[in-house]
Design a protein around this ligand. Structure first.
Ligand code: ADP
Ligand code: MG
Length: 221
């Protein structure tokens, strides 16, 4: 489903060049739950952003269902991203002046989805947030914020969910809850890639890959 070939990313800064990713090749099949592990600075976020069609590689290709993501025009790539990919961030990235339901419906607005509201309410119910629909993010616990972000990521029924340290700001119980919801998505046939520097994700992952200084340590997983 996803084929990464020789992915390289070099950032140019005033202090010089930083090679954040250095020749990463990897194939990920539909239905996998992949944990991308590595210390801070090893290139996890860079890798996820490139898979998410948000960051053009300096070199190499990202192929998703046979299509070269960075060969698409900008608008085609934006549509592709909205339809196929859900993204969950460590810091939630909810809009502070919208309530829970409205935050989730942002995803429906992007692809002009009809029935978005009924589906959003159903999803939020499944995630245990039915009593929080009208609350603003500032009125939620960290676990509730992240479940809201997961509902937003799931709304367009993506093929792939990318999560960048989604449990980094959660206590162990809420972390497991979030990972279980990602696992439910995977068990329904979805594909999940989670970046993490902790061990908690590994019990949910079907495969673990390790990054060090922008390179894969055990390419065969
Ligand atoms: P991780 O998510 O594993 O912490 P990142 O992908 O964020 O790793 O970063 C990998 C390396 O690239 C780090 O050395 C980081 O400082 C550098 N880096 C990341 N983003 C940028 C950027 N926009 N400009 C310059 N350097 C960056
Ligand atoms: Mg990161």
């Amino acid at each position: 489903m996803l084929i990464l070939q020789d992915l390289t990313k070099t950032y140019r800064t005033r202090a010089g060049e930083v090679k954040a990713l250095d020749g990463v090749s990897l194939q990920i099949d539909q239905g996998e739950f992949v944990a991308v592990c590595g210390p801070s600075g090893s290139g996890k976020t860079t890798l996820l952003m490139m898979i998410a069609a948000m960051l053009r590689p300096s070199d190499g290709t990202v192929r998703f269902e046979e299509r070269d993501v960075y060969e698409m025009t900008g608008p085609a790539r934006a549509r592709f991203r909205a339809e196929k990919i859900g993204f969950v961030f460590q810091m939630f990235h909810l809009v502070p002046y919208l309530n829970v339901l409205e935050n989730v419906l942002l995803a429906a607005a992007v692809v002009r989805r009809r029935n978005g509201k009924a589906q959003a309410v159903e999803l939020l119910q499944r995630l245990g947030l039915q009593h929080r629909l009208g609350h603003r993010p500032s009125e939620l616990s960290a676990g509730e914020k992240q479940r809201t972000a997961i509902a937003r990521a799931l709304l367009n029924q993506p093929k792939l969910i990318l999560a960048d340290e989604p449990t980094g700001n959660l206590d162990p119980e809420n972390a497991r809850c979030v990972l279980r919801h990602l696992q439910d998505f995977q068990k329904d046939g979805g594909t999940v890639i989670v970046a993490t520097h902790g061990p908690a994700v590994q019990e949910f992952a079907t495969r673990t890959i390790n990054l060090r200084e922008g390179r894969l340590v055990n390419p065969q997983g």
